[in-house]
Design a protein around this ligand. Sequence first.
Ligand SMILES: Cc1cc2nc3c(=O)[nH]c(=O)nc-3n(C[C@H](O)[C@H](O)[C@H](O)COP(=O)(O)OP(=O)(O)OC[C@H]3O[C@@H](n4cnc5c(N)ncnc54)[C@H](O)[C@@H]3O)c2cc1C
Length: 340
Amino acid sequence: MGYQGVILGYSKEIVLNPNEKLAVDETGSTHYSDRCYEAVEEWKQGTLETLRMVGSGDFLAVKLTGAGPIAVDAMRARWPMPEVMVKAVDEICAATKEQGSRLWLDAEQQILQRGLDDWAIDIMRKHNCENTPLIYNTIQGYLKESKANLDHHITMAAQEGWSLGIKLVRGAYIEHEVRSLIHDTKEETDQSYDLIADTLICQKLPEEAKHLQFPSAALFLATHNAASAANAIATHQGLLHTKQPTIPLECGQIQGMADELGCELVHNYEQALARSSMFNVTVPKAFKCMAWGSVAECMGYLHRRAIENRGAVERTHHMADALRKEVWRRIFARISVDKI
Ligand SMILES: Cc1cc2nc3c(=O)[nH]c(=O)nc-3n(C[C@H](O)[C@H](O)[C@H](O)COP(=O)(O)OP(=O)(O)OC[C@H]3O[C@@H](n4cnc5c(N)ncnc54)[C@H](O)[C@@H]3O)c2cc1C
C-alpha cells in the first residue's frame, strides 16, 4: 500500500473493572493454577507468531496483559515482573532483535499503567543497550501526570545510560478510567500531547536532570490528529535543516483510520525520497498498525476503535476525497514512470 512499515499486535488482553480487588489468600500471597502458567506460554507463542509476520524495521506491538492473571495481578499491585514473565519477555525481545524488528509495549488502563511503566523501564534498561532503541514504552498524553512520567523516563535513561524509545498516544481508555486522572478538556489533552512531542524532539531535559546529557532516544508519533502530526514534523524538520540536535521520528495510524493523514505522510516521504537517497531522507516514515486474533480476542480492541470512530460518519466524506486523490496520484505517478 506504499507505507514504509507495519506494526502488528496480538489482540489477547484483559479489560479490568477499576473497582475489582486483587485475589490473595489470608497470608497475603497469590497462588496460580497450571492454567495460569499455560496462559503465559500461549501468549508468548502468539506474540512470537506475530513477530514472524512482520519484517526488519517493523514493530511488534506487545500487550503484556494478554499473558493473563499472573501478569495482570503483579502489574496492578506494582510488584516486580514475575519470573515466568521475565523469561517470556526476554525471549520475545531477543527474537525481535535477531529479526531486526522493534517492539513497543502498548499502554493500558491507569490501574495497571504505573506497574507497566516500572516494568517497561526495567525492560528498556536491560535491552536498549544500543543508540537505537529496541523497546519503546507508550505514554498517554491525556493523563495529567504524563509530562512528569516522561521526565522520569528521560531522567532514568540519562542517569543509567540506556536508550529511550517512546511511542506517544493520547489514550484510548477514557470510558474505563477514573476521570479525574485525565485532562479536563480535549484541548488540554491536545496541549499535553504536543508538549511531550516537543520535549523529546527538542531534547529538553527536566529540571532535575539539567546536569546530564540527553539520552539516545527515538519517538514514534501514534496519532490520527493531523495538527499534532504537522506540528511535530515541522519542529523536527526545522531542527534538521538548521543542523541542531534532535531524535529520530516516525509516525503511524491504525489500519482503517485516518487514511487521509497516512496518505499525506506516504506522499511526503516519497517526494523526499525522489529528491535524495534512501539514507538521507529526513521526513518521518509512515506506518500502519494492525491487530489480529480470534473474534473474541479482538473484542476489546474493536470496542475502543468503535468509541474513537463515533465521529467517523462526519469524517467519511473527507477520507473518501483524500483516498480518491491518492488513487489518482498513484496512477499519474505510474504513467510518468512508464513514459520515462
Ligand atoms: C498506532 C497507534 C497505536 C496506539 N496504541 C495505543 C495504546 O497502546 N494505548 C492506548 O491507550 N491508546 C493507543 N492508541 C489510541 C490512542 O490513544 C487514541 O485513542 C487515538 O489515536 C485517538 O487519538 P488521536 O491522537 O488520534 O487524536 P484525536 O482523535 O484528536 O483525539 C481523541 C483523543 O483525545 C482524548 N480526549 C477526547 N475527549 C477528551 C476530553 N473531553 N478530555 C480529555 N481528553 C479527551 C482521548 O484520548 C481521545 O482518544 C493508539 C493509536 C495509534 C494511532
